[in-house]
Design a protein around this ligand. Structure first.
Ligand code: ATP
Ligand code: MG
Length: 271
């Protein structure tokens, strides 16, 4: 690559989208129609799999069913940023999993176009006994990238995560912030149509959070659609224009981010 170190640094901090996005500007990228997710939770504590199997055969396993999401509809267009807010247990992560297609909804329809980069759970898809290097390969392969693509991106990934000193150590020796850095670096090394982020930015230290925000901004500017779950309202307002407020699995309000986050903060402070 031609140019000085300074230019190289800039390239690392704000990735240039090397591939055109699959979705044209203004087009709908995510659409959910009346989506519901029902979980079944065992009502009793069962100590072992053997006990579970015996009880199951006897029909003695009791379940409680509840809707973690109910009648959720939303539309997100290319390049938009949507933040999902709500209390703990409101269904935010469940909604992101549905959009990421990790979870099939019990009812309703889900439509997502283009490449999706999911940052759902810290180190999801990472293996603690494998080294950082092996995990980059595993994770990028799981995200659907070829050997050549991974080889071409490997250096940039470890540069962004700033983990060269630890890259050949097993992941179990990493701090949770280091795992998050590696996860973010892998998932965002390619230019996705849709980036899903579940509270990941809370983990890294301040300078890393700034780098993540800069990268998310660069993606947005290049047309990536961002769906973020956040408890940090100033971050929500900085990164998104639209907001969806979930309460007990249903949409309490949706609209411009300033309006919705103000209403949410007011309701939270009134409790
Ligand atoms: N696999 C599961 N089986 C059963 N219940 C689940 C499962 N995953 C989540 N739940 C329940 O579904 C509800 C919604 O969970 P979810 O993780 O989507 O909430 P959240 O809004 O992301 O909360 P937080 O802010 O704490 O991350 C909660 O009541 C949770 O206990
Ligand atoms: Mg969550």
């Amino acid at each position: 690559m031609p140019g000085s170190d300074v230019e190289l640094m800039e390239t690392r901090a704000t990735p240039a989208p090397e591939t055109p996005l699959a979705v044209a500007p203004g087009e709908v990228v995510i659409q959910l129609d009346h989506v519901g997710v029902k979980y079944r939770v065992p009502t009793e504590h069962i100590r072992s799999f053997k006990e579970f199997a015996i009880r199951r055969l006897r029909g003695q396993v009791g379940y409680r069913e509840f809707w973690a999401l109910h009648d959720v509809s939303l539309t997100v267009r290319r390049g938009e940023g949507l933040v999902i807010v709500g209390h703990n247990g409101a269904g935010k992560s469940t909604l992101l999993k549905v959009i990421a297609r990790v979870l099939r909804p019990t009812e309703g329809r889900v439509w997502v176009r283009g490449d999706v980069a999911p940052l759902l759970q810290l180190g999801a898809g990472f293996h603690p006994e494998m080294t950082g290097r092996e995990n980059v390969w595993l994770n990028a392969t799981l995200l659907g990238h070829s050997r050549r693509e991974i080889e071409a991106h490997f250096r940039e990934i470890v540069d962004f995560a700033e983990l060269w000193d630890f890259i050949d150590a097993p992941l179990r020796t990493y701090s949770s912030g280091m795992v998050a850095r590696l996860g973010f670096a892998v998932a965002t090394s390619w230019h996705p149509d849709v980036l899903l982020v579940d509270e990941l930015l809370v983990v890294g230290d301040q300078s890393f959070q700034q780098k993540c925000r800069a990268r998310i901004d660069a993606f947005r500017a290049a047309g990536t659609t961002v769906v973020l779950v956040s408890h940090n309202m100033s971050e929500a307002r900085a990164l998104c224009q639209q907001a969806l407020w979930l309460e007990h699995g249903v949409v309490r309000a949706a609209g411009p981010v300033d309006e919705i986050t103000a209403a949410y903060e007011q309701a939270a402070s009134a409790v």
